[in-house]
Design a protein around this ligand. Structure first.
Ligand code: ZN
Length: 149
């Protein structure tokens, strides 16, 4: 289970295992009163070379493993929400992608997924524009650029 928290990736990289990660007050699944530290997992993020360690906790009651994730990023996507928003904004207002180190194929993938997400979760007749749709999906706690299952 992922727990998105406000953390600073640069500080996590600098401090490594000494970074003061937040700890959930109780298990996010079964609400057990306590969770134990459960090591770290390695994750990649755009703008950083090498891996960054993400803290994990484990619930002794239900066995749930809680992996922390910066709230600046969606699950399973290396680019930050702000980076994604900025690229989509440029494409949809200027008609072309901004210059970027990111692969065009990934940018096009985000745009295609955004269209599918809007169709799947908002309406087939969405007429407020894709950028408004992006924010609306965010408000609904959905990932606007994730592949629709
Ligand atoms: Zn639990």
């Amino acid at each position: 289970m992922l727990w998105r928290v406000p953390v600073d990736l640069k500080q996590i990289l600098a401090q490594g295992r000494h970074y003061p990660w937040p700890r959930p007050d109780n298990c996010l699944r079964c609400h057990n009163w306590h969770v134990w530290g459960h090591g770290y997992v390695q994750r990649y993020f755009d703008g950083f070379t090498g891996v960054i360690l993400m803290k994990c906790y484990r619930c002794p009651s239900c066995g749930c493993v809680i992996t922390l994730r910066p709230d600046s990023h969606f699950p399973r996507i290396r680019s930050s929400v702000q980076t994604i928003r900025s690229h989509l904004h440029h494409r949809l207002t200027q008609g072309c992608w901004s210059s970027s180190v990111l692969l065009r194929s990934r940018l096009r993938h985000w745009l295609a997924n955004l269209r599918c997400q809007i169709q799947a979760h908002l309406t087939n007749y969405w007429r407020f524009g894709l950028l408004v749709g992006f924010e609306e999906l965010l408000r609904s706690d959905l990932i606007p650029v994730a592949r629709v299952n």
